[in-house]
Design a protein around this ligand. Structure first.
Ligand code: ADP
Length: 376
């Protein structure tokens, strides 16, 4: 009988697990939040992942439960484990990815490099942090942020007066204040780990953010061979091992002027910074995630070309008609790999991505950007 994987969450990450599931002969099912979501192409149920009976019912017919996002409440995860369901990544690891304060505390406990940080529960505590950090800081809501929502540059506690007021009602308890890191660039390191312990790493990549959203990814990160690549891999392997992460783990990093690496964010699932691997690595992050959560031997992570660049299509065409752009784009860029997620175009929304691989990073970057621009 085919191995059965249940994915909670019906976004584009679940959708991109479907092709490798088909190739490997797996039975993949998705619990989507709504009808017509990105992953609706798989055999999908529609239901609320906050509701324990719904999730238990969905899990009854699969061999392992995994995720498209980190938001499934701990009570629901605990109920799955209590019912004997294999859950990967497990609740203890996910708890660290679900809350930025928990994440900072746990990484600090492990002596892993993070920006200076503090939990601030009121204006006085935030002012004290600002005073200690040259009058500027980054403040984040511990939960519910994504794509830069929930992240602000702050010079005065008034800049987050709304969040401080909300603290009482939203149950955060405190905000995360961080030093504003003067990074030279952002990197991301993905690894995959299976329950029995095998762990593999892809090359470290450079990521370019615009308005807090990932815009471009360059694999491998230029000028990263040697010390930087080794350090990034070491950090991600240590996190995956110490936290017992199963499946794909992506670690977002800042590289500083003196070539130190500081950890920004963790994602315990396939991640936007690993989409290039679909077209330019022997094993994509989506195939690897399925192999890892099923505790199957992991695939090789080497690149199929010296360089690959992925550009996100944000928003999509103003007329909303992606398909109308296909004849022109596909004709002009036969070497590009186009991926669209079946989502309605909307300003700022990630609706697809384009990857180009080749020998020369500048040439590949130019062509990937031009191909993606066909969908602006
Ligand atoms: P999200 O979880 O919404 O993606 P992140 O914590 O990853 O938010 O932050 C989004 C972006 O904001 C980062 O990619 C980085 O460009 C910037 N940023 C976040 N934290 C810091 C920091 N401490 N110093 C400087 N820039 C930061």
């Amino acid at each position: 009988m085919a191995l059965r994987v249940g994915v909670i969450g019906g976004g584009q990450l679940a959708r991109m697990m479907v092709p490798p599931a088909i190739e490997l002969g797996l039975d993949i099912r998705v619990l989507a939040e709504d009808e017509g979501m990105s992953a609706g192409i798989a055999a999908s149920a529609v239901g609320d992942y906050h509701d324990t009976p719904t999730v238990l019912g969905f899990a009854r017919d699969v061999d392992v439960i995994t995720f498209d996002h980190e938001h499934v409440p701990q009570e629901v995860l605990g109920a799955l484990v209590d019912a004997g369901v294999a859950v990967h990544p497990g609740p203890a690891a996910l708890a660290v990815a679900q809350d930025k304060l928990v994440m900072r505390a746990r990484l600090s406990e492990l002596s892993l490099p993070v920006p200076d940080w503090a939990a601030v529960a009121d204006a006085g505590a935030l002012q004290a942090f600002l005073d200690d950090h040259g009058g500027r800081a980054i403040v984040k809501t511990p939960r519910g942020g994504y794509d830069g929502k929930g992240v602000r540059v702050v010079r005065h506690p008034d800049d987050v007066a709304d969040w401080l007021t909300d603290l009482q009602t939203n149950g955060f308890g405190a905000l995360l204040a961080e030093e504003l890191v003067a990074f030279t660039r952002e990197l991301a390191q993905s690894v995959a780990r299976r329950p029995s312990g095998e762990i593999v790493a892809w090359p470290v990549v450079e990521t370019v953010q615009r308005d807090g959203v990932c815009a471009e990814v360059i694999a491998p990160a230029p000028d990263s061979a040697g010390r930087i690549a080794d350090a990034a891999e070491e950090i991600a392997v240590r996190i995956a091992t110490e936290l017992g992460v199963t499946g794909v783990l992506a670690v977002e990093l800042f590289q500083t002027e003196d070539d130190r690496l500081l950890i920004n964010e963790l994602a315990m699932r396939p991640h936007n910074t690993g989409h290039w691997s679909i077209d330019a690595a022997t094993t994509s992050q989506f195939e690897q995630h399925l192999r890892a959560v099923l505790d199957l031997p992991l695939g090789a992570t080497g690149m199929l070309a010296p360089s690959a660049v992925m550009i996100n299509v944000l928003g999509g065409p103003a007329d909303g008609d992606i398909a109308a752009r296909y004849p022109g784009a596909l004709h002009a860029f036969p070497e590009a790999k186009f991926h669209f997620y079946g989502k309605a175009p909307r300003p700022g929304r990630k609706v697809g991505h384009v990857t180009v691989a080749g020998d020369d990073v500048d040439d590949v970057t130019y062509r990937a950007r031009a191909a993606a621009a066909r969908f602006d």
